[in-house]
Design a protein around this ligand. Structure first.
Ligand SMILES: Nc1ncnc2c1ncn2[C@@H]1O[C@H](COP(=O)(O)OP(=O)(O)OP(=O)(O)O)[C@@H](O)[C@H]1O
Ligand SMILES: [Mg+2]
Length: 459
């Protein structure tokens, strides 16, 4: 069943229940109040009659005097003990015949339904004792057809039935309007999702009215999600185009040298050797680049880290020893304590540290200092070089993929412009960050911040 139909049925049913309950209460309250009023009115009439006709002393009902007390179709009787009528004046013999006399010691009111040829009739009978000299020897009985009440009851019932039917109809229309109001943005969203499913192209929902309700919030969240998706798709596209562009140069070089070898053969040995060397170095560059691409892809997603407790002093000692001997550069390690323990993914953290030291090696010629410090929140690994530095306006860009300050120089050094993007991703996976401060011509300080409190993976 469609949700609109469900909402419609539910609201109509609910409003119908409420209307019926209210009408029942109104009907019975009305009946009770009206009958009470009729009772009071008849009692009053009886008392006046007793007083005016001095019924406490006389047993006679003088017809002419009693007639004004007969309203509508009614009777007035005097009843003796043993429920015997002594006097009666009536203008509705049929009614009086149906109501048996009853002698009473205290006042009572009684409602009776009598069956006539032309249907049922409601009769109200009140009985009042007549006291004379402190004794009750007779009682007065007045009966009256409740024709006004019958009419009022019928009118009230018909009003209530028609108002309930009208209420149900309005509730149905209101329910339809309400369900359409709720469902319109949802249907809109479903249509957009189906469009996305069929075309495969992310598309946002058009928000027509600023309603600031949950449904608008849902649409805004959906659009934000689509926005992120579009951004990621755009980034992916950009990455593919940047990566192809990066690969194009070494591949062109390889192809042209291979062509040269094919055309000329290896007749000129020195020339051929030169070509082979170039092909080798460009192929190595492509190899390094593809490794970098894979590293970037591996650190891009929030994959689970294989964290363990490790000593940074030992880890950085090993790294600097390896790089020192490989690049023949002075790398000094300074540590605040003989052992600095951190919880991290060893391979990934090592990769981030190597990226910073590698940059220091590539972009400086002097010594390199590595500082290990611990402050209140973080363990900080700082790599400091005294090289060419980075212009201040470039610092915000160097974390972007494939961004190199000096493209020509980077080509010489073999940089792909991915190192810092990878280091940033690794630190993000560790809930930490990378910061770079630099002064052109003076040197660069690159810092890795590892938060001390171990946070949960899904935080
Ligand atoms: N210590 C540094 N001194 C001077 N410039 C730096 C330093 N570190 C980074 N840079 C600049 O920032 C750019 C981006 O650095 P990143 O490490 O991301 O790429 P890369 O070193 O060019 O290539 P890759 O690290 O992928 O081999 C570099 O090309 C360089 O211009
Ligand atoms: Mg680098």
């Amino acid at each position: 069943m469609k949700i609109t139909t469900k909402i419609n049925i539910m609201t109509t049913a609910w409003i119908l229940c409420v209307l019926v309950a209210v009408n029942v209460v109104v009907f019975f309250s009305f009946m009770k109040v009206t009958v009470n009023m009729e009772d009071q009115e008849l009692y009053q009439r009886a008392n006046t009659l007793i007083k005016e006709m001095k019924l406490d002393q006389s047993t006679n009902l003088v017809k002419d005097q009693v007639i004004p007390y007969l309203a509508g179709q009614s009777f007035i009787r005097i009843v003796e003990p043993g429920s015997k009528i002594t006097h009666e004046v009536t203008n509705a013999k049929l009614i009086s015949a149906k109501v048996k006399p009853k002698f009473v010691q205290k006042k009572v009111a009684e409602r009776k339904t009598i069956h006539q040829k032309n249907g049922e009739e409601e009769i109200l009978v009140i009985r009042v004792p007549i006291r004379s000299d402190g004794k009750i020897l007779r009682s007065l009985e007045i009966g009256e057809k409740l024709s006004g009440l019958e009419l009022a009851k019928d009118v009230l019932l018909s009003i209530q039935i028609s108002s309930t039917v009208l209420g149900a109809l309005l509730a149905m229309l209101g329910g339809r309007w309400l369900s359409n109001l709720i469902m319109r943005p949802i249907s809109n969203m479903i249509n957009t999702m189906e469009d996305i499913e069929q075309s495969g192209i992310p598309k946002k929902i058009v928000i027509q009215h600023e309603t600031r309700d949950e449904l608008q919030k849902m649409a805004v969240t959906f659009n934000r999600m689509i926005g992120r998706l579009e951004e990621n798709l755009e980034k992916q596209k950009q990455f593919i185009s940047d990566a192809s562009h990066e690969l194009k140069t070494p591949l062109t070089v390889i192809k042209s040298f291979a062509d040269h070898l094919l055309r000329r053969g290896i007749r000129n040995e020195a020339d051929a050797l030169d070509a082979i060397e170039t092909i080798h170095s460009e192929a190595t560059r492509i190899q390094k680049m593809t490794e970098r691409f894979l590293d970037l892809a591996a650190t891009e997603s929030a994959t689970l880290l294989e964290t363990k407790s490790l000593d940074l002093v030992v880890l950085c000692g090993n790294i600097s020893k390896q790089l020192q001997s490989a690049y023949k550069r002075d790398i000094h390690l300074h540590f605040a304590a003989p052992s600095i323990m951190v919880t991290a993914d060893e391979l990934k953290l090592k990769q981030a540290i190597i990226i910073l030291i590698d940059n220091a090696i590539k972009y400086s010629t002097d010594k390199i200092d590595v500082f290990l410090n611990v402050n209140e929140q973080n363990t900080v690994i700082k790599v400091k070089d005294y090289g060419i530095g980075i212009p201040e306006y470039e610092i915000k860009n160097i974390f972007e993929r494939f961004y190199r300050v000096d493209k020509a120089r980077s080509r010489e050094t073999g940089g792909t412009g991915l190192g810092l993007a990878i280091a940033k991703n690794i630190m993000k996976q560790h809930h930490g960050e990378v910061k770079i401060s630099s002064k052109e011509g003076v040197g660069t300080e690159a810092e890795l911040f590892l938060p001390k409190s171990e946070r949960k993976e899904n935080e």
